[in-house]
Design a binder for this molecule. Sequence first.
Ligand code: URA
Length: 234
Amino acid sequence: MMRLDKFLTEMGIGTRTEVKKYIKQGKVKVDGETVKLPETKVDAGRQEITYLEHPVQYKAFEYVMLNKPAGVVSATTDAREKTVLDLISEKKRKDLFPVGRLDKDTEGLLLITNDGELAHRLLAPKKHVDKVYYAKVKGVVTEKDIVAFAEGISIGQGETAKPAVLEILVSDVLSEIRLTIQEGKFHQVKRMFAAVGKEVVYLKRLSMGSLILDESLRPGEYRPLTKEERERLC
Ligand code: URA
Protein backbone atom coordinates (compact mmCIF):
# COMPACT_ATOMS: atom_id res chain seq x y z
CA MET A 1 0.00 0.00 0.00
CA MET A 2 1.24 3.46 -0.87
CA ARG A 3 0.00 7.03 -0.59
CA LEU A 4 -2.02 8.07 -3.63
CA ASP A 5 0.01 11.25 -4.18
CA LYS A 6 3.29 9.33 -3.99
CA PHE A 7 2.06 6.74 -6.50
CA LEU A 8 0.94 9.38 -9.02
CA THR A 9 4.22 11.27 -8.62
CA GLU A 10 6.28 8.13 -9.20
CA MET A 11 4.25 7.31 -12.31
CA GLY A 12 5.18 10.73 -13.70
CA ILE A 13 1.82 12.51 -13.50
CA GLY A 14 3.44 15.60 -11.98
CA THR A 15 5.47 16.87 -9.07
CA ARG A 16 4.26 15.97 -5.59
CA THR A 17 2.76 19.48 -5.18
CA GLU A 18 1.01 19.33 -8.56
CA VAL A 19 -0.35 15.87 -7.89
CA LYS A 20 -1.77 16.92 -4.51
CA LYS A 21 -3.54 19.79 -6.29
CA TYR A 22 -4.98 17.46 -8.97
CA ILE A 23 -6.29 15.13 -6.27
CA LYS A 24 -7.94 17.98 -4.35
CA GLN A 25 -9.46 19.23 -7.62
CA GLY A 26 -11.20 15.86 -8.01
CA LYS A 27 -9.23 14.75 -11.09
CA VAL A 28 -8.29 11.38 -9.63
CA LYS A 29 -10.50 8.32 -9.09
CA VAL A 30 -9.77 5.08 -7.29
CA ASP A 31 -11.98 2.17 -8.36
CA GLY A 32 -14.38 4.63 -9.97
CA GLU A 33 -14.75 6.90 -6.93
CA THR A 34 -13.31 10.41 -6.78
CA VAL A 35 -10.76 10.61 -3.96
CA LYS A 36 -9.79 14.03 -2.65
CA LEU A 37 -7.31 13.11 0.07
CA PRO A 38 -3.69 12.87 -1.18
CA GLU A 39 -2.73 10.64 1.77
CA THR A 40 -5.28 7.94 0.86
CA LYS A 41 -3.53 4.55 0.84
CA VAL A 42 -3.86 2.61 -2.41
CA ASP A 43 -2.81 -0.80 -3.68
CA ALA A 44 -1.64 0.21 -7.14
CA GLY A 45 -1.26 -3.38 -8.32
CA ARG A 46 -4.92 -4.18 -7.62
CA GLN A 47 -6.95 -0.99 -7.66
CA GLU A 48 -7.85 0.95 -10.75
CA ILE A 49 -6.51 4.47 -10.49
CA THR A 50 -7.39 7.08 -13.09
CA TYR A 51 -6.25 10.63 -13.74
CA LEU A 52 -8.68 12.66 -15.87
CA GLU A 53 -10.42 9.32 -16.59
CA HIS A 54 -7.21 7.76 -18.01
CA PRO A 55 -5.93 4.66 -16.19
CA VAL A 56 -2.55 5.16 -14.56
CA GLN A 57 -0.77 1.84 -14.87
CA TYR A 58 1.60 0.75 -12.16
CA LYS A 59 5.11 0.30 -13.52
CA ALA A 60 7.71 -0.90 -11.09
CA PHE A 61 10.49 -0.74 -13.64
CA GLU A 62 11.00 1.23 -16.79
CA TYR A 63 13.61 0.47 -19.45
CA VAL A 64 14.53 2.93 -22.21
CA MET A 65 17.13 2.59 -24.95
CA LEU A 66 18.68 5.94 -25.88
CA ASN A 67 21.00 6.63 -28.76
CA LYS A 68 23.03 9.17 -26.82
CA PRO A 69 24.08 12.15 -28.90
CA ALA A 70 27.38 13.95 -28.34
CA GLY A 71 27.09 17.06 -26.19
CA VAL A 72 24.99 15.74 -23.30
CA VAL A 73 26.26 14.36 -20.01
CA SER A 74 25.43 10.92 -18.58
CA ALA A 75 23.90 12.17 -15.34
CA THR A 76 20.43 12.52 -13.90
CA THR A 77 20.74 16.24 -13.19
CA ASP A 78 23.36 18.89 -13.81
CA ALA A 79 23.33 22.56 -12.93
CA ARG A 80 24.83 23.67 -16.25
CA GLU A 81 24.86 20.86 -18.78
CA LYS A 82 22.03 19.10 -20.58
CA THR A 83 21.72 15.52 -19.30
CA VAL A 84 20.62 12.29 -20.93
CA LEU A 85 17.52 12.36 -18.72
CA ASP A 86 16.54 15.76 -20.10
CA LEU A 87 16.19 14.00 -23.46
CA ILE A 88 13.58 11.53 -22.18
CA SER A 89 10.39 13.55 -22.26
CA GLU A 90 7.90 10.73 -21.67
CA LYS A 91 9.04 9.25 -18.39
CA LYS A 92 6.72 7.01 -16.40
CA ARG A 93 9.04 6.90 -13.43
CA LYS A 94 10.83 9.69 -11.61
CA ASP A 95 13.74 7.56 -10.40
CA LEU A 96 15.40 6.78 -13.74
CA PHE A 97 19.17 6.84 -14.16
CA PRO A 98 21.64 5.95 -16.94
CA VAL A 99 23.36 2.56 -16.67
CA GLY A 100 27.03 3.52 -16.70
CA ARG A 101 28.56 6.67 -18.05
CA LEU A 102 29.43 7.62 -21.58
CA ASP A 103 31.65 10.68 -22.00
CA LYS A 104 30.01 13.91 -23.11
CA ASP A 105 31.41 13.46 -26.64
CA THR A 106 30.57 9.72 -26.89
CA GLU A 107 27.48 8.56 -28.78
CA GLY A 108 25.48 5.38 -28.85
CA LEU A 109 23.75 2.86 -26.66
CA LEU A 110 22.70 3.99 -23.23
CA LEU A 111 20.18 2.09 -21.16
CA ILE A 112 18.08 4.26 -18.88
CA THR A 113 16.18 2.52 -16.12
CA ASN A 114 15.28 2.51 -12.44
CA ASP A 115 16.23 -1.18 -12.08
CA GLY A 116 19.30 -0.99 -9.84
CA GLU A 117 19.84 -4.72 -9.74
CA LEU A 118 20.03 -4.97 -13.52
CA ALA A 119 22.39 -1.98 -13.64
CA HIS A 120 24.69 -3.72 -11.18
CA ARG A 121 24.63 -6.93 -13.22
CA LEU A 122 25.55 -5.07 -16.40
CA LEU A 123 28.29 -2.94 -14.87
CA ALA A 124 30.07 -5.04 -12.25
CA PRO A 125 33.40 -6.18 -13.75
CA LYS A 126 32.95 -9.58 -12.09
CA LYS A 127 29.87 -10.21 -14.25
CA HIS A 128 31.98 -10.05 -17.45
CA VAL A 129 29.36 -8.36 -19.59
CA ASP A 130 30.71 -7.36 -23.01
CA LYS A 131 30.53 -3.71 -24.01
CA VAL A 132 31.25 -3.19 -27.69
CA TYR A 133 32.44 0.14 -29.08
CA TYR A 134 33.08 1.47 -32.56
CA ALA A 135 35.77 4.13 -32.81
CA LYS A 136 37.66 6.28 -35.27
CA VAL A 137 41.25 6.54 -34.18
CA LYS A 138 43.94 8.94 -35.32
CA GLY A 139 46.94 6.79 -36.25
CA VAL A 140 47.48 3.45 -37.93
CA VAL A 141 46.06 0.70 -35.69
CA THR A 142 48.13 -2.47 -36.09
CA GLU A 143 48.34 -6.15 -35.16
CA LYS A 144 50.70 -5.07 -32.38
CA ASP A 145 47.82 -3.13 -30.80
CA ILE A 146 45.57 -6.19 -31.04
CA VAL A 147 48.15 -8.18 -29.10
CA ALA A 148 48.72 -5.44 -26.53
CA PHE A 149 44.97 -5.11 -25.87
CA ALA A 150 44.55 -8.90 -25.71
CA GLU A 151 47.22 -9.11 -23.03
CA GLY A 152 45.80 -6.27 -20.93
CA ILE A 153 47.35 -2.86 -21.06
CA SER A 154 48.44 -0.31 -18.49
CA ILE A 155 46.32 2.83 -18.89
CA GLY A 156 48.01 5.08 -16.33
CA GLN A 157 47.23 6.15 -12.78
CA GLY A 158 48.18 2.65 -11.67
CA GLU A 159 45.29 1.10 -13.61
CA THR A 160 45.35 -1.78 -16.07
CA ALA A 161 42.69 -2.56 -18.63
CA LYS A 162 41.77 -6.25 -18.59
CA PRO A 163 42.26 -8.26 -21.80
CA ALA A 164 40.09 -6.86 -24.59
CA VAL A 165 39.26 -7.85 -28.15
CA LEU A 166 40.30 -5.34 -30.80
CA GLU A 167 39.11 -5.74 -34.38
CA ILE A 168 40.55 -3.52 -37.08
CA LEU A 169 37.96 -2.41 -39.63
CA VAL A 170 40.18 0.13 -41.41
CA SER A 171 43.92 0.56 -40.77
CA ASP A 172 45.04 3.94 -42.09
CA VAL A 173 46.04 7.39 -40.85
CA LEU A 174 42.47 7.49 -39.58
CA SER A 175 41.69 3.94 -38.49
CA GLU A 176 38.31 2.42 -37.67
CA ILE A 177 37.99 -0.27 -35.07
CA ARG A 178 35.61 -2.32 -32.97
CA LEU A 179 36.63 -2.94 -29.36
CA THR A 180 35.04 -5.32 -26.86
CA ILE A 181 35.71 -4.68 -23.19
CA GLN A 182 34.12 -5.97 -20.01
CA GLU A 183 34.79 -3.01 -17.76
CA GLY A 184 33.93 0.65 -17.67
CA LYS A 185 36.87 2.51 -16.22
CA PHE A 186 36.84 6.30 -16.58
CA HIS A 187 37.66 7.17 -20.25
CA GLN A 188 38.68 3.56 -20.70
CA VAL A 189 38.68 3.26 -24.50
CA LYS A 190 40.40 6.61 -24.97
CA ARG A 191 43.04 5.71 -22.37
CA MET A 192 43.67 2.31 -23.98
CA PHE A 193 44.44 3.95 -27.31
CA ALA A 194 46.44 6.71 -25.66
CA ALA A 195 48.56 3.93 -24.12
CA VAL A 196 49.56 2.82 -27.64
CA GLY A 197 50.13 6.40 -28.79
CA LYS A 198 46.84 6.96 -30.63
CA GLU A 199 43.89 9.28 -30.21
CA VAL A 200 40.21 8.35 -30.31
CA VAL A 201 38.44 11.06 -32.31
CA TYR A 202 34.98 9.47 -32.45
CA LEU A 203 33.45 6.92 -30.09
CA LYS A 204 30.12 5.14 -30.15
CA ARG A 205 28.83 2.28 -28.00
CA LEU A 206 27.17 -0.43 -30.07
CA SER A 207 26.07 -2.95 -27.47
CA MET A 208 26.03 -3.96 -23.84
CA GLY A 209 25.52 -7.65 -23.15
CA SER A 210 22.55 -8.81 -25.20
CA LEU A 211 21.32 -5.27 -25.76
CA ILE A 212 22.22 -3.93 -29.21
CA LEU A 213 21.76 -0.32 -30.30
CA ASP A 214 18.75 0.03 -32.58
CA GLU A 215 20.37 1.77 -35.54
CA SER A 216 17.01 3.23 -36.59
CA LEU A 217 17.28 5.55 -33.57
CA ARG A 218 19.02 8.74 -34.58
CA PRO A 219 21.28 10.40 -31.99
CA GLY A 220 18.98 11.85 -29.31
CA GLU A 221 16.13 9.43 -30.07
CA TYR A 222 14.94 6.74 -27.68
CA ARG A 223 12.36 3.99 -27.30
CA PRO A 224 11.23 1.56 -24.60
CA LEU A 225 12.94 -1.82 -24.68
CA THR A 226 10.89 -4.52 -26.39
CA LYS A 227 9.61 -7.45 -24.34
CA GLU A 228 12.28 -9.70 -25.93
CA GLU A 229 15.08 -7.26 -25.11
CA ARG A 230 13.86 -6.99 -21.52
CA GLU A 231 13.61 -10.75 -21.11
CA ARG A 232 17.06 -11.39 -22.55
CA LEU A 233 18.61 -8.77 -20.25
CA CYS A 234 16.73 -9.66 -17.08
N1 URA B 1 35.48 4.69 -22.98
C1 URA B 1 35.72 6.01 -23.12
O1 URA B 1 36.85 6.43 -23.24
N2 URA B 1 34.67 6.84 -23.15
C2 URA B 1 33.38 6.43 -23.07
O2 URA B 1 32.46 7.25 -23.14
C3 URA B 1 33.15 5.05 -22.91
C4 URA B 1 34.22 4.21 -22.87
